[in-house]
Design a protein around this ligand. Sequence first.
Ligand SMILES: NC(=O)NC1=NC(=O)NC1=O
Length: 164
Amino acid sequence: MIALNHFNQLPGNEAAALLQPCVAIPGWTAALVAARPFASLVALQQTAREIAGAWGRAELEQALSAHPRIGEKPAGSHAALSRQEQSAVDDGDAQLARALREGNARYEARFSRIFLIRAKGRSGEEILHALEQRLTNSDAEEITAALEQLREITLLRLAGAIGE
Ligand SMILES: NC(=O)NC1=NC(=O)NC1=O
């Protein structure tokens, strides 16, 4: 976590490196770095959400490369963040783990990409329920739903990276 005024003054490449774990969409990172300096954390979050508002299917698929499946042991560059976000998913519950694996597989068969949800603050059961609900979405509805979850994850990670 670094302070906002420190973030405002970082060289561009260091500021971008700090934002990279928030989401694997370089265009978002570059635009947020270019929008500095921010007068407040609220302004930072507002600008970050506005930039993310332009995301579509292409950005969703770009970002999914950095998100492990729900319930899987995350590996890769954002693993620590994913593990922390998914900490409420009780991986000791074998039945829940199996249901999540089956749900993920059904979702991937239906939408040809992994199921994405803002896991922080959600129990495994809540995630499973959301998965079941979203399986009934049309393709267009599900792109919208998944992008909103991606924005929530991104903004939560941003709030964790830059503070007062
Ligand atoms: N497939 C996922 O939904 N992954 C994730 N959700 C989070 O909140 N963090 C993740 O890595």
